[in-house]
Design a protein around this ligand. Structure first.
Ligand SMILES: [Zn+2]
Ligand SMILES: [Zn+2]
Length: 368
């Protein structure tokens, strides 16, 4: 899970608060969130989810074939599954036969249960490690969301953040929107069961549907140990899960040593459409290349610091965040803050821990 801080929209907040205050059955969308469905090739739809505050939500894809539908990732809220089902039914009455999970994180799999309820014949495909991690993770945990709500309440009550920063009206509005989003998350996902893949793969699986070929491929570790890519060679479309996240990759709990190599393998695919786990559709590998350079440079800087005997704090200081951010294309101070929070701080820690296996037990935190 990734808890994010972003700008906000007053109108969305007003709508969110009024829908919450009605006390009716929680429906959706989540406050501060929206989605768009983009047909990226005939019958192939990217579902791009946006959020202005609160919990980061993953993108999806659905593919309408000659006699069935295949869904890739199901979103982080039960509401996502409801809208996904509606978006599919608007276009076809064919049944969903397979749901592919690119990895185990909740922002890509929480809608599994509702999808299965709507399409009882469907089966979930994922990497064997994705199944293991989904099971290990156990039931959905709302503790981080409650903690975040408490932190926001504190800031709203005192007029200051925990860092002592005085809240501006915009910041206050943003916090209220984030709070509405987290509250919605807890309400909407109450009782939702985490459903792991029931059809697991260790490398590749190919589905053949008339003219269409749908490849589920494992290129190696990166964001998690079980990331798979869904590739349609004829349509030149790849849904890559959180191996690619735009505008800033998620740094937490990743395998920075392996990730660039995995992306280089994906880089060899013939694609015209890349659907990232979060963020905008990419039409070429420009963003992926910048991500590869960022990951490699981060890893080598951490490795050098650790080899020189640095502890975690010293490693953080040794890594040149300013140069990394600039090379990645970060310009404004606000984007730099997001870059540090979402990518740099957790990535440096993950790389440091990977180079210090004995301190792995001390590892904590969340990642999506
Ligand atoms: Zn993830
Ligand atoms: Zn994600």
């Amino acid at each position: 899970m990734q808890l994010v801080k972003h700008a906000s929209l007053a109108t969305l907040l007003a709508a969110a608060l009024s829908s919450l205050s009605q006390g009716a059955v929680v429906r959706g969308p989540a406050p501060g969130s929206s989605h768009e469905v983009v047909e990226v090739a005939p019958g192939v739809y990217a579902v791009i989810r946006h959020w202005d505050a609160g919990s980061a939500d993953g993108n999806s894809m659905f593919i309408i074939n000659d006699s069935d539908v295949i869904v890739v990732d199901t979103g982080g809220y039960a509401a996502d599954a409801r809208s996904l089902i509606a978006d599919i039914r608007k276009r076809t009455d064919k049944p969903v036969r397979y749901i592919i999970n690119t990895h185990h994180h909740g922002d890509h799999t929480t809608g599994n249960e509702a999808l299965l309820a709507a399409y009882p014949g469907a089966e979930i495909i994922g990497h064997v490690t994705t199944r293991e991690l989904a099971i290990t993770d156990g039931p959905l945990d709302f503790a981080a969301f409650r903690k975040e709500i408490a932190r926001i309440d504190q800031a709203l009550a005192t007029g200051k953040t925990s860092d002592g920063e005085v809240l501006t009206p915009q910041h206050r509005e943003h916090l209220e929107l984030a709070k509405a989003n987290f509250s919605f998350y807890i309400g909407d996902n109450q009782g939702v069961k985490r459903i792991p893949p029931t059809l697991t793969i260790t490398d590749d699986l190919v589905l053949h549907r008339a003219e269409r070929t749908i490849e589920v491929r494992f290129f190696g570790e990166g964001h998690t140990p079980g990331d798979v890519v869904v590739y349609l060679p004829r349509e030149r479309v790849a849904a890559v899960g959180d191996l690619v996240v735009q505008p800033v990759p998620f740094g937490g709990a990743t395998n920075l040593r392996a990730w660039p190599e995995t992306l280089r393998a994906i880089r060899k695919l013939d694609v015209g459409v890349i659907i990232p786990g979060h963020g905008d559709i990419q039409r070429d590998f420009g963003y992926v290349d910048r991500q590869i350079a960022l990951l490699e440079s981060t890893w080598s800087q951490v490795k050098k610091a650790v080899e020189g005997g640095a502890n975690l704090d010293a490693t953080r200081k040794a890594v040149d965040g300013e140069a990394l951010a600039r090379a990645f294309g970060i310009v404004s101070a606000k984007d730099r803050e997001e870059f540090d929070y979402t990518y740099l701080d957790p990535a440096v820690e993950a790389a440091f821990r990977a180079l210090h296996p004995t301190s792995a037990l001390l590892m904590s935190g969340m990642a999506d």
